[in-house]
Write a protein that binds this ligand. Structure first.
Ligand SMILES: Cc1ncc(COP(=O)(O)O)c(C=O)c1O
Length: 407
């Protein structure tokens, strides 16, 4: 594996956790404060009241599962549309990766254009066609053995949040580009100043008949008021959503816009979507109960963002005062500590500047684990509604000691 995928390489925690309650996860009765919350899935924390209540209700109602359309998925789809007004049709999948894979299939069915454009720093899950990373010349390098050379040839990269360079590359290939897929706010570097870039992509895609796919698997529901597209008034052609929307159960959702549905109908396109557990009633029921709860609780997202702001401000003030090589980046409740003093604008820079600190990052994470804090393997810090300020202060204290010791 290349050194570019630094965070996935850390051998920092091999504890097989047994259970989770609120802001903690447990192994052999030892409690760890969880900074991952199932990679951003558990916005309400572990074993939340609504999770337990909806599971109990599912059993009480004797709902069961069917490899056939069911009313629970239909109800869920109707509620999802309340949060995502530009979804004309919804396809249910069992993971984010499946949703991404099928989104690309939909887009490929629309025309004969071949190229997929990915954006540097994005992560779209375990999807063969996208399991590459760009080298410094933006050429795709494989992230796994077993990938197709053909997929590699059909993939190009544009640099995230760089309109000038992206415009140049896109113009060169525009007649062959089928789709652009982007994580509009990236877990790898949650930056705040991306609206202009996203608007530029939207405009370019419209003008050149390119499908714009927003991967909102992390940001869907999480970002106030409900998604990045809603926040900035954008209309991607296809959107993927996952994590939070499943309420703690496996899920992936594809939202297709009216524009794409019209083309599919007009051209009589037939895309295959099925699967035994697609739109299964368990994920649909629990997901829907959770979504109904979250849609009523606007304040919850505000409070969570405030908690993250407190975390970020407190730590960045300390980092500045102590001249430590680090900075906390944040977009709403998505946070990441980058272990470099330099002002970082994209993931390529992040990887480059963090490289020299790699062994200390491993030591830092191990130190936190000794102090009963679970620091996520992928480096994205997700606090939850259950993370108490007492826990936040506990975490801050040991992160500060760790930063001072290792950086
Ligand atoms: C932005 C994004 N897209 C896609 C995925 C893949 O989702 P899943 O792990 O559910 O397959 C992830 C997972 O972390 C993600 O963060």
């Amino acid at each position: 594996m290349s050194s570019i995928i630094l965070n996935e390489d850390y051998q920092d925690c091999n504890i097989p956790f047994e259970k989770g309650v609120g802001d903690k996860i447990f192994f052999k009765r030892k409690a760890y404060i969880d900074l991952s919350n199932c990679a951003g899935t558990l916005i309400l924390g572990h074993n939340s009241k609504i999770f337990q209540k909806s599971l109990k209700l599912y059993l009480k109602k004797k709902i069961s599962v069917f490899a056939h359309p069911n009313i629970h998925a239909i109800n869920f789809a109707n509620n999802i549309k309340k949060n995502f007004p530009n979804f004309s049709k919804i396809i249910f999948c069992n993971s984010g990766a499946e949703a991404v894979m099928k989104s690309l299939r939909i887009s490929r069915s629309l025309n004969k254009k071949n190229l997929i454009v990915n954006v540097t720093g994005s992560w779209h899950g375990s999807v063969d066609r996208l399991l590459f990373y760009p080298n410094k010349y933006l050429k795709p390098q494989k992230l796994s053995d077993g990938l197709s050379l053909d997929d590699k040839k059909k993939l190009i990269y544009i640099p995230y949040n760089d309109i000038e360079k992206s415009n140049k590359i896109l113009n060169k290939f525009k007649d062959d580009i089928n789709s652009i897929i982007i994580e509009p706010v990236q877990g790898s570097l949650p930056l705040g100043n991306v609206k202009k870039y996203l608007k530029f992509l939207e405009k370019f895609c419209k003008k050149n008949n390119i499908t714009l796919i927003f991967d909102e698997i992390i940001t869907g529901i999480r970002i106030r008021p409900g998604s990045v597209q809603k926040k900035y008034g954008l209309n991607p052609d296809i959107t993927t959503v996952g994590k939070i929307i499943g309420g703690g159960l496996p899920i992936g959702i594809i939202g297709i816009s009216e524009r794409i549905i019209k083309i599919i109908k007009k051209k009589k396109i037939k895309v295959f979507f099925g699967g035994t557990f697609s739109a299964n009633s368990l994920s649909s029921f629990v997901g829907n109960e959770t979504l109904k709860f979250l849609l009523k609780k606007n304040r919850l997202f505000f409070n969570l963002n405030q908690k993250c702001l407190y975390f970020q401000k407190n730590l960045n003030q300390f980092i500045k005062k102590e001249k430590i090589e680090a900075k906390v980046y944040r977009f709403d409740s998505i946070m990441r500590i980058v272990f470099s003093k330099k002002e970082i604008n994209n993931r390529t820079q992040r990887d480059f500047f963090e490289k020299k600190n790699i062994s200390n990052i491993v030591k830092f994470k191990k130190y936190l684990l000794d102090k009963k804090i679970y620091y996520p393997k992928n480096g994205i810090i997700f606090l939850s509604n259950s993370t108490s300020y007492k826990s936040v202060n506990y975490i801050l204290n040991y992160i500060k000691i760790g930063l001072k010791r290792f950086f």
